[in-house]
Design a protein. Structure first.
Lengths: 363, 380
């Protein structure tokens, strides 16, 4: 009996992080119609950043709660920046920020390349061109190319002709792997221990051992989900719902769609960041943490029909508990299959999700 | 003749232009056969000495080219599915893995039943001992059947919901292969590096040359199949299903049937490519066929050119070149791949293969063409 209880608690814990990632996906999807495949990876960046701030051995060793506060602010800024640079140009707004970012980034990358390796292999046999250059020369050479990239982006990036999820999905898949590689380059590939005040401490209910990290994960997940529900009743939340339901009409009524979109991305990234902090602090912080979670997040979002917030969170919990129970009661090897089967069955039987709602999206 | 008539090409009057008569109607087929001829003689002509990565005079370059062909073959099938039928089936990595694993298991020697046998050897060699050329078509047909089963959600789901369902099903295939890792995939036998693939050797060829030949033949088969199928009724019907699905029912075309055909054909190509890939890499490991492989295939297809004939080959060459160039700095590979994918979506939605078309469509090229034509007329 106590084994069953333990499995349910473990299922609730993982389920609440699935639900949170699902909520982050749904918030972004509702407000901006972008299927964000990079959500968990963006959360992982936040988790790594907060670990780096708070870890006494490998990081700055700042107090834990201060680090969390900074991480939340950074997550919001990071999410808003992703929307501002990457998604905005495709929605018909200015591509100038992206052009600026690409020009600076490419110039810097080329400067580094010129410094460390010289010109590419197939031209460096030209007399006097081989080998690395001093930094000053390399940076100047990189800067010369910057206007080229700027003009190219300004002229070539065009808004999408029609609302199409495929390019956006590809864009966020690209972002996922770029971010994963960025984490590896910044913080290394070795798995890290993320020490939170609740890590590794346990208490007993009857004869069942429960970890504080599990309790914190479940309660924090519930709190974030409820907070989101409250937010959607506030002024900006109502605007977001209006944009989601009927974008053009909402715009005509004077709602600033760009601002709504920025806020949605900021909120989504903050939620995903909290989810990743909760999971990695109770298990281990590693590069692969996001890869499994994003699929589960999408599955939770499918269970909520990509519109319903409670449906998404409960869907995540259902998947988590079903996984834990199938793994514990039937066979361990079933654990990875359950969620995949659940999503296929739900999509075929009830494509609109588990909750009954007005049909907003054509499945 | 006034200059205004020049700017409208004949083809743009039709949504799906009919095939032209004579050899020009088979331009793709002819160019494909020509390129394949070039590929066949490449190992004896060290033309590509400008970069050591594709230098065909040694085994390293040949192996890299074999990888290019294997990825291109998979991407051609992917192209038929995503570029032509418009169905976002993302189970390709799983089907690729099925081809690689299926052939490896079927061609491995039979399990050693002698009790004196070393248990490690026993796990490593538990197979069916079929000849490669028998196992390959059977695995590909089985993969096509599974692809059709995976495609059933396509009848009901659209766009990115289909993408999630097929992504989950592809992951399911790999998970099932992983579940049996103790039984016959022999993962543990090589210190976790994976199952050893029995190599298929052509008479008179060494192992890299055989792998090169198998990969080139697979790609050629996929390419020719793609050209022949798409320039006939199937290609145009698939385009119609993609663009105006609602109109296909009333004129007696079953969209579901054609989508399932596309799923089956692309799964066949994926399994064929997977088998060729396994011949070249000599080891297979289920974790190599997860989402990362899907990202590789997406980079190959999107950077190369979605819906373009030469897109997969160009994309595969780009990808393998990049992977080998960044071999010393593995940490940067995914950064570069991710940025390449994002940039392709942002600035070149139809990939590298569309660059000539885009140049042709610029005002500058139009102007040049007009000046050339009028000059030619004046001389007459």
């Amino acid at each position: 009996m106590n084994q069953l209880l333990q499995q349910i608690v473990a299922g609730l814990e993982s389920g609440s992080s699935y639900g949170l990632i699902g909520l982050a996906i749904v918030v972004v999807m509702k407000a901006t119609d972008v299927p964000n495949f990079a959500m968990a990876e963006m959360g992982l960046v936040v988790a790594y950043f907060s670990w780096w701030l708070s870890s006494p051995d490998d990081g700055l060793g700042w107090p834990f709660w201060l680090s969390m506060l900074i991480a939340v602010v950074a997550a919001a800024a990071f999410g808003a920046a992703s929307q501002f640079f990457l998604i905005r140009p495709l929605t018909g707004l200015s591509n100038q920020p992206l052009a600026f970012l690409v020009a600076v980034g490419f110039a810097a990358a080329l400067a580094a390349q010129f410094h460390t390796r010289g010109l590419p292999r197939f031209v460096d046999w030209l007399p006097g061109l081989g080998g690395g250059y001093p930094w000053v020369v390399a940076v100047l050479m990189g800067l010369i190319t910057a206007p080229l990239w700027y003009v190219a982006i300004r002229r070539l990036v065009k808004p999408l002709a029609r609302v199409d999820h495929f390019p956006l999905l590809l864009l966020t898949i690209g972002l996922t792997y770029a971010l994963g590689s960025l984490i590896e380059n910044l913080w290394g590939a070795t798995p890290q221990r993320f020490e939170a005040p609740w890590s590794g401490k346990t208490f007993d209910i009857g004869d069942t051992r429960v970890g504080w990290d599990q309790v914190v994960s479940i309660i924090a997940g519930l709190a974030i989900a409820l907070g989101l529900a409250v937010f959607f009743r506030s002024r900006w939340g109502v605007r977001m719902r209006a944009i989601a339901e009927d974008g053009p009409t909402a715009r005509m009524l004077g709602i600033n769609a760009g601002a709504v979109s920025l806020i949605a991305w900021a909120i989504g990234t903050t939620i995903a960041g909290s989810a990743m902090i909760l999971t990695t602090s109770s298990t281990v912080l590693q590069l692969g943490s996001a890869e499994g979670l994003i699929l589960k997040g999408f599955i939770a979002a499918v269970l909520g029909g990509f519109v319903s917030l409670p449906g998404t969170f409960i869907g995540g919990i259902i998947v988590g508990v079903a996984e834990a129970l199938a793994g514990g009661q039937i066979d361990t090897s079933l654990q990875p299959i359950v969620a995949l089967l659940v999503v296929v069955v739900v999509l075929l039987v009830r494509p609109g999700g588990l909750t009954r709602q007005a049909k907003l999206r054509e499945v | 003749m006034s200059t205004s008539e020049v700017s409208t090409p004949e083809d743009s009057r039709h949504l799906y232009p009919p095939r032209r008569g004579g050899w020009r109607g088979h331009k793709d087929l002819v160019s494909g056969i020509a390129v394949f001829g070039l590929i066949c003689i490449l190992p004896w002509v060290p033309l590509l000495g400008w970069t050591s990565i594709f230098d065909t005079s040694n085994n390293y370059g040949l192996g890299n080219l074999a990888f290019v062909f294997a990825y291109a073959a998979a991407a051609i099938g992917f192209n038929l599915l995503v570029g032509y039928s418009g169905a976002l089936g993302l189970s390709h990595a799983g089907l690729f893995g099925l081809g690689a694993y299926g052939t490896a298991i079927l061609t491995s020697p039979k399990e050693c039943l002698d009790p004196a046998c070393d248990p490690i050897v026993r796990v490593a060699t538990s197979g069916y001992d079929w000849p490669f050329l028998v196992a390959l078509p059977i695995v590909c047909v089985a993969a096509a059947a599974i692809g059709i089963i995976v495609g059933f959600p396509a009848a009901r789901l659209k766009g990115f919901f289909l993408a999630i369902a097929t992504l989950a099903l592809g992951e399911l295939i790999i998970t099932i292969i992983r579940l049996d890792e103790d039984v016959w995939s022999g993962l543990k036998s090589n210190g976790g590096t994976g199952k050893q693939v029995p190599l298929f050797l052509l008479p008179g060829f060494d192992r890299t040359q055989s792998a090169y030949a198998v990969a080139a033949a697979s790609m050629f088969l996929c390419f020719i199949g793609y050209v022949i199928l798409t320039e006939r009724r199937l290609g145009r019907t698939l385009k119609a299903v993609r663009d105006v699905e609602i109109a296909t029912g009333p004129i007696g075309i079953s969209a579901t049937y054609y989508k399932l055909v596309a799923f089956g054909l692309s799964a066949f190509a994926a399994a064929l490519a997977g088998a060729a890939w396994a011949q070249n890499s000599a080891f297979v490991n289920p974790s190599a066929f997860r989402t990362r492989l899907l990202v590789f295939l997406l980079v190959v297809l999107i950077v190369g050119g979605l819906g373009r004939l030469w897109g997969p080959l160009i994309g595969a060459a780009f990808f393998v070149y990049l992977r080998q160039e960044l071999q010393d700095t593995q940490k940067l590979l995914f950064l570069v791949l991710g940025i390449a994918l994002m940039l392709a979506v942002l600035i070149l939605p139809n990939g590298i293969a569309s660059i000539p078309d885009r140049i042709r469509q610029t005002r500058w090229a139009d102007d040049l063409r007009r000046r050339f034509r009028s000059g030619a007329l004046n001389n007459d």
